[in-house]
Ligand binder design. Sequence first.
Ligand SMILES: [Fe+2]
Length: 424
Amino acid sequence: MASDHETIVTMEATPVKFGTGASADAGWELKRLGIKRAMLVTDPGVAALGHPERIKKLIEAEGIDVVLYDRARVEPTIDSFQDAADFALEHEVDGFVSVGGGSSMDTAKVANLVSTHPAPVMDYVNPPIGDGKKPPSPIKPHVAIPTTSGTGSEATTVAVLDIPEMKVKTGISHRYLRATQAIVDPDLTRSLAPEVTSSTGLDVVCHAAESFLSKPFDHRPRPDSPDERPPYQGSNPIADVWSAKALEFGGRFLRRAVTDGDDVEARGYMMLGATMAGVGFGSAGVHIPHSCAYPIASVKHEYQPSGYPDDHPFVPHGHSVIVTAPAAFRFTYDAMPERHHQVAELLAGEPIADPGPDTLPEVLRALMQDVDAPRGVAEFGYAEDDIPTLVDGALKQQRLLAISPKEVGEDDLRHIITASMTNW
Ligand SMILES: [Fe+2]
């Protein structure tokens, strides 16, 4: 019987250069990778902070041409990815550097993919929405320099995009999308608004918690070929190491990073935690809260978050994820009670006496309140009669729901989202 089950795990990670001032090495890293003409991808908000311009000069000082692309969309779409890919082709670049949050890094990944192996973006999008086409060979070098501490995109194989006309968020995922080198410099997050630190930090906590609480990799059937092994493998001893440490950092440092933007130690650990959680979920994967977050972010666009650019209403990713986490982990509790206790204790930073099904949800609610997270799904403009649409959207994320530790159907998602309308 054991022979029918998966027995193999894969560990892959982006090489990471971490520490205060590390972004000064950007030019050196691009030169080392043999890049002669780089496309620097950023978004207008990050560009306004000045980091991209400073990094561009550092790269040029190494004799490398840099073409600046500062139009990355905060919620990337097929069109915005295509625009970046066309720009890369037009300028005949041989490498990429991204400076920004998940959307800038993801835009660089897709511009790299599509300009290396030209095809309509939709061909590469995960099925059932796209064709799930696989790139035939590795793509160009990409140095990823995050300026927020959340997505962990510098460490993952995924690029996320919004398809507004289908009211769905989905992604492109392949191991070749992983950045060649990450440079993680806590100095770059100093200017972040507390709301941004709160949302991105709670995203880190969810990446780590969902990975740690995903279906164990050896509960999956053995694939017929290595090609069919899913990128999200389920919890495993390697991913656990990364996720557990990220949970510990989230519990210890997120409150401090939100309260005092200049707390360099807290910011540094949150940034390291984001990358470490990225390695963890890049291996194990995320499930229910992220599945629910996609429709929460894409069905209605009427929430205007404070602390973010006010050019278009949207739900910040981390906040869209965390709101269903307490109910989701209440639901998954009986699949692995002991591991739920472990997550609660890692976040709390101390042993918890007599833990039970509500322990982790309570620890999460306390953290959410302390970092001024939205109270629940209702705060984003949703009412009871929107719940069926949100459930439908979450059900489309079968690739993620497949690694929930407990089988999750339509009724379960309805209960989870209903319970998450307001968390306190
Ligand atoms: Fe996330």
